[in-house]
Design a protein around this ligand. Structure first.
Ligand code: ADP
Ligand code: MG
Length: 245
């Protein structure tokens, strides 16, 4: 699903350059549910934005679902964002409309896009386990439920790849678990490939595979560094502590 080789992203602003990705490699199989972990500023969001076609890499190779993203024209990018990927962010719920119902919030973007190939809004709510709350106003739903509405919207165009940037950053542990279980369910029932960016060790434990990113590079490139080994150990301890809770 994802072949990413020697990916470089340099942000340029006036006389300042930030190297956010410095030759990153990442390969993700179709149907995988995987997590990317790493400290703040390590390049996680930058990577997701490249994968989702929200921003362009400076150099390297990037193929997603057989498409070469570096060769994309603007029109190709628009099509790709609509048809191949779905996005979930930490504060997705902010983009929802509080005085509309859960169902109306899912219907609205579908109507606005006027697309033929799509799921029905109610089916989407069903898929995220919220059909019983369809007629509740958004502001009557909990944070975790609101996040599930956002996930339903992300699935509207039947994406092949779901990208989630800190999807549980603003909900408690129980809700975080439920959201992860939902990703797992969607992964199993639709064969959806899911890439989650997180620094939550609980989340990282529930996925098929974890890749660490540090200073814009993935773990295979930095595995031999002592500090990285320590990071893994800390993650492991975090998981154990969470299990005891
Ligand atoms: P993470 O998501 O892991 O916290 P980011 O991908 O957001 O990391 O950021 C990686 C680096 O790139 C950071 O040094 C950040 O300050 C920088 N950066 C991110 N976005 C931009 C931008 N639009 N312009 C300039 N620098 C950016
Ligand atoms: Mg980020």
């Amino acid at each position: 699903m994802i072949h990413c080789e020697n990916l470089v992203k340099i942000y340029k602003a006036a006389d300042l350059e930030v190297v956010a990705l410095q030759g990153l490699d990442l390969h993700v199989e179709e149907g995988e549910l995987m997590a990317i972990i790493g400290n703040s500023g390590s390049g996680k969001s930058t990577l997701l934005n490249m994968l989702g076609g929200l921003d362009r890499p400076s150099a390297g190779n990037l193929r997603v679902d057989g498409k070469d993203l570096l060769k994309f024209k603007e029109s190709d990018l628009v099509k790709y964002k609509r048809e191949t990927v779905g996005f979930v962010w930490q504060n997705n719920a902010r983009n929802l409309i509080p005085y509309l119902t859960a169902l109306e919030n899912v219907e609205l973007p579908i109507l606005l896009q006027g697309r033929r190939k799509r799921h029905r809004a109610l089916d989407l709510l069903e898929a995220v386990g919220l059909s019983h709350r369809r007629n509740n106003k958004l502001n009557e739903l909990s944070g975790g439920e609101q996040q599930r509405v956002a996930i339903a919207i992300a699935l509207a165009n039947q994406p092949r790849l779901l990208l989630a940037d800190e999807p549980t950053g603003s909900v408690d542990t129980k809700m975080a678990n439920q959201i992860l279980d939902l990703f797992r369910e969607l992964n199993r029932s639709f064969g959806l490939t899911v890439v989650i960016v997180t620094h939550d060790p609980l989340l990282a434990k529930k996925v098929d595979r974890v890749v660490a990113i540090r200073d814009g590079k993935t773990s295979s490139e930095i595995l031999r560094r002592k500090s990285y080994q320590e990071e893994l150990l800390e993650l492991e301890q975090g998981i154990l502590a969470a299990e005891e809770d």
